[in-house]
Design a protein around this ligand. Structure first.
Ligand code: ADP
Ligand code: MG
Length: 563
């Protein structure tokens, strides 16, 4: 070993390590899944780079993962012949967390391990999970294409620092050696490892090999290790739907999404005909902490004829569905497709619109069949879905159907009212959907604008999210009925007012003409108009916004941005 140096983990890594060891303690065995997942990613990357640089395979194109163990030494070793890491790669990838926003997120934690540990699932803490069972981890690696002398040995006890040294490593790829903590040696066992692989990693497309069982009984020839593949080793999405079990779909999701929690729902489809592709799309059960970061990962994993091409191919779904995870495997694209090509290829446009419909189908189904789960979905991703009507005009009616709002129906402020429910409850003669926007639920629910609606028992949607006013600029109607902002212009209740009410209103308006003139004179330029209103029952006056004017929320947003 040469050029040895000791380096400190990034602060975030230290925090995360502690939290993870605490929170995943009851589910230790997932360390294996995470390390296998990384080996599989490394194989995907090599296959992809190998398309244009076949030399990278160094004459060994049979990619696989081997897992061995030593009961006496209490070690488990995972070896892959994937892309490998250079010394620099090891320092950055195994010493820092690249996700932007991690530091802020960690700062926001409460410090209460129990509470915080629920949040850990939001990270792809993959590699570090090795420290749940190991008190020392050695990584030996060499990146494909580098000379044998440029291998790296990374070692750490997971306590704040790690060592790196340059080593000779003739075989390309990565070997991870876990030195098990005392009490964790049960993992250095063939049956145990086999079971864990079957349970979590059966879907991995690469062969995962373990020494053939009963090896060791052969006292005469202890060095001849025979390997056998213990997983199914075929890409999960290529299998017929009827043959894939729910837990296999769930484990595959965790691998693809780098998530620790089960997805809410998924949709697996094979399309044949003019275009041929398979898609497997998932709705996560929680929002990642970086959902609103510009550079947060988004998009699908793209394969072309089963060969991994890229992560985060974001050309296949609109932005308002950026939380969807999964894979798309195309038979029509070329293996050397690039992001630039993706952006121009008309094939992508038709795939995008078909995949968008798939997602909308899946969400509609979830809303209908699992309303409780849909609530969770709405809480996590509703704000993002609200970007939909503006971005995707063609699907806006379907998107509108998926939106949930608070309303005057109850006092809770819960966003649980679907527009279809609202329409179903409309009064005789009501032909519009009424809504009111504002800063907070407390503020809008006591707005004088609602008085007349309360009196007549007409439901009003209460919109208090920042994005709502902007949303309503694009959501002009639903089910053929227009939306009406109850704070705007001259409120016309149409058929909801009886003939007598109308007459009475006209008489009042006439009688108050004098008052109106005086008010106009006093208020002068501060108002555009003074009118007799019929929307109030208790309050004497209310400020209304002109029909064409910007709403208050929009004004505040624009003012805040200096416009
Ligand atoms: P993630 O898989 O979500 O990126 P991990 O913590 O699991 O996060 O891994 C961190 C990084 O370390 C990987 O992105 C990869 O760059 C590198 N890495 C880990 N294991 C391997 C491996 N077996 N071969 C090559 N690179 C690896
Ligand atoms: Mg990983």
């Amino acid at each position: 070993e040469t050029q040895k140096e000791t380096l400190g983990f990034q602060t975030e890594v230290k925090q995360l390590l502690q939290l993870m060891i605490y929170s995943l303690y009851s589910n230790k065995e997932i360390f294996l899944r995470e390390l296998i997942s990384n080996a599989s990613d490394a194989a995907d990357k090599l296959r992809f780079e190998g398309l244009s640089k076949p030399d990278l395979f160094e004459g060994d194109a049979e990619l696989k993962i081997r897992i061995s163990f030593d009961k006496d030494a209490k070690t488990i070793t995972l070896e892959d012949n994937g892309i490998g890491m250079s010394r620099e790669d090891a320092i950055t990838h195994l010493g820092t967390i690249a996700k932007s926003g991690t530091a802020d997120f960690l700062k926001s934690l409460s410090g209460d391990q129990k509470k915080d540990s629920h949040l850990i699932g939001q990270f792809g803490v993959g590699f570090y999970s090795a420290f749940i069972v190991a008190d020392k981890v050695d990584v030996f690696s060499r990146r494909a294409g580098l000379p044998a002398a440029e291998g790296v040995h990374w070692a750490s006890r997971g306590e704040g620092e790690f060592e790196v040294a340059t080593i000779d490593k003739p075989e390309r790829g990565t070997r991870v050696v876990l030195h098990l903590k005392s009490g964790e040696d049960e993992f250095a066992d063939g049956w145990r490892l086999r079971n864990i692989v079957k349970k979590y990693s059966d879907h991995i497309a690469l062969p995962i090999e373990l020494p053939k069982q009963n090896f060791g009984d052969d006292e005469d020839n202890p060095t001849a290790v025979e390997w056998e593949t213990v997983n199914r080793a075929s890409a999960l999405w290529t299998r017929p739907r009827s043959e894939v079990k729910d837990n296999e779909y769930q484990e595959f999701y965790k691998h693809v999404a780098h998530d620790f929690e089960d997805p809410l729902s998924w949709s697996h489809n094979k399309v044949e005909g003019k275009l041929e592709y398979t898609s497997l799309l998932y709705v996560p059960s929680h929002a990642p902490f970086d959902l609103y970061h510009r550079d947060a990962p988004k998009g699908l994993k793209l394969y072309v004829q089963r060969v991994f091409i890229m992560d985060q191919a974001d050309e296949f779904l609109p932005l308002y569905l950026r939380f969807i995870k999964g894979v798309v495997d195309s038979n029509d694209l070329s293996l050397n497709v690039s992001r630039e090509i993706l952006q121009k290829d008309p094939v992508i446009d038709s795939m995008k619109s078909a995949l968008t419909k798939r997602v909308l189908d899946m969400l509609e189904k979830l809303a209908k069949q699992e309303p409780e789960q849909y609530k969770g979905f709405w809480k996590a991703f509703g704000q993002v879905l609200k970007e939909g009507p503006a971005e995707d005009f063609a699907n806006r009616e379907r998107i509108a159907g998926l939106l949930r709002f608070a309303s005057t129906r109850d006092d809770s402020g819960d966003q649980g009212v679907a527009l279809a429910d609202y329409v179903g409850r409309m009064q005789e003669g009501q032909d519009k959907l009424y809504y009111l926007t504002g800063e907070s639920h407390t503020q809008v629910k006591s707005s004088p604008h609602l008085e007349i609606f309360r009196k007549k028992g007409i439901e009003v949607l209460l919109l208090t999210d920042r994005i709502d006013e902007w949303l309503m600029g694009y959501l002009t109607d639903f089910d053929g009925k227009p939306f009406v902002d109850v704070a705007r212009g001259d409120l016309d209740l149409g058929k909801l007012d009886t003939e007598e009410e109308r007459q009475a209103q006209d008489e009042v308006a006439k009688a108050k003409e004098g008052l109106i003139e005086r008010l106009k004179a006093v208020l002068g330029e501060q108002v555009a108009e003074v009118r007799v209103s019929h929307r109030l029952t208790d309050s004497p006056a209310v400020l209304a916004i002109g029909e064409q004017d910007l709403g208050l929320q929009m004004r505040q947003i624009l003012e805040a941005s200096g416009q």
